[in-house]
Ligand binder design. Structure first.
Ligand code: NAD
Ligand code: GLY
Length: 359
């Protein structure tokens, strides 16, 4: 089992990573000072696969367990379903020392974290992420939230989990397309922070795609270490943490324009990472060879790096201007300067984005 520590003073916590960890969660949670009543939040897809193992482990350790299922899908990451969680917790009389356990992907992790941050003014929660994206990104760092009809992730809080419990074996049942979405975020860590890790991803593609446990543990651990380091330095995204948005400024705009239907998140990020690398090259900040290598890695994992079909750059620009990352009308981009290092750039003009089309 591997351990990564997220250092945040009294809010510090461990991320534990290993193959076959789910069955040990009960014993582990017993070591915390939680009250006996805890709740397991999941969705029917994940619960059918892993619910029994986790609930069995929790009950065997003596916990009085309330189980809450949220339908599977991004549209259920909403205030209405947060209320359903509150209702179940209140009916079961969970108290201020109770904890919530989120078993699932980023949707379950985000809504559970948000419910935990507001139930009785805030109770503890544990992340048990079962998608690669959740294991390397959303379960770490304490961003929680739900969607509003007028915008994705618009309602939320910063609320750190007490523990992140990652069982790499859960990835065996994850649809391949979802797995690759997580790889998009893993590649992101290489580009923004660690050239050696980027090279590891180049050299070990076959092992990773075959879900070799050692390779999986390594990429999850390294990704979590990088995210932990960034979050420890800037928990509330007043500066450095924004580098985690590499590929996301354009990626989010692509998701919005295509109505969240054509591309999954990690696929839109794949396209965003290449377009933002090209923006950087246009601005003279990075060598062409580096950009070619970034595109080659994205492509080699079977992620898209370019939009298919018609794209109106004007739509893209307009959408980015509405994004919550746009502050005072200025679009902020995370631009790579070389593989392993990025800078935040606010001086990119609409004209420069338009000229991406011709390159
Ligand atoms: P998801 O939670 O919708 O999971 C994807 C699909 O995989 C779902 O159908 C789910 O039921 C299924 N699934 C999950 N684990 C499985 C398994 N082991 N085997 C088989 N199927 C499984 O999507 P996601 O990509 O994990 O997360 C996306 C969400 O995360 C978005 O809402 C996004 O906003 C959020 N997010 C949050 C942060 C953050 O910092 N809080 C960061 C990135 C993304
Ligand atoms: N996913 C970006 C962040 O957690 O800051």
């Amino acid at each position: 089992m591997q351990k990564v520590r997220v250092e945040l003073e009294e809010r510090s916590y461990n991320i534990m990573i290993g193959n076959g960890l789910l069955k040990d969660i009960g014993k582990t949670l017993r070591k915390f000072e939680f009250s006996n009543k805890i709740a397991l939040i999941s969705n029917p897809t994940v619960s059918a696969l892993y619910g029994e193992t986790v609930s069995g482990a929790l009950k065997d350790s003596g916990f009085n367990l309330t189980e809450v299922l949220i339908p599977d899908g991004e549209e259920y990451k909403s205030l209405a379903y947060t209320e359903k969680i509150y209702e179940a917790l209140l009916k079961a009389r969970l108290d201020r020392k109770s904890a919530l356990v989120a078993l699932g992907g980023g949707v379950i992790g985000d809504i559970t974290g948000f419910a935990a941050s507001t139930y009785m003014r805030g109770i503890d929660f544990i992340q048990v992420p079962t998608t690669l994206l959740a294991q390397v990104d959303s379960s770490v760092g304490g961003k929680t939230g739900v969607n509003h009809p007028l915008g994705k992730n618009m309602i939320g809080s910063f609320w750190q989990p007490r523990l992140v419990w990652i069982d790499t074996a859960t990835l065996e049942t994850l649809p391949r397309r979802e797995f690759l979405c997580g790889i998009g975020e893993v590649i992101k860590y290489g580009v923004i922070w660690d050239r050696e890790f980027f090279e590891y991803l180049e050299k070990n593609r076959d092992k990773i795609l075959k879900l070799d446990p050692e390779a999986l543990t390594h990429i999850i651990q390294r990704s979590c270490e990088i995210k932990a380091e960034v979050v420890s330095k800037d928990e509330r995204e007043s500066g450095l943490r924004a580098i985690l948005n590499y590929g996301h400024t354009i990626g989010h705009a692509i998701e919005t324009i295509t109505g969240y239907k054509k591309y999954l998140h990690g696929e839109a990020v794949g396209i965003g990472m290449y377009m933002e690398a090209k923006l950087s090259q246009q601005a003279g900040l990075i060598d062409r060879q580096e950009v070619v290598r970034i595109k080659a890695l994205i492509d080699s994992y079977g992620l898209p790096s370019e939009m298919q079909g018609e794209m109106s750059v004007n739509d893209l620009i307009e959408t980015m201007q509405l994004d919550k990352k746009t502050i005072g009308g200025k679009m902020h981009f995370v631009l790579p300067e070389k593989i392993g290092s990025v800078r935040i750039h606010s001086g990119i003009t609409a004209e420069e984005i338009k000229s991406l089309q011709d390159n």
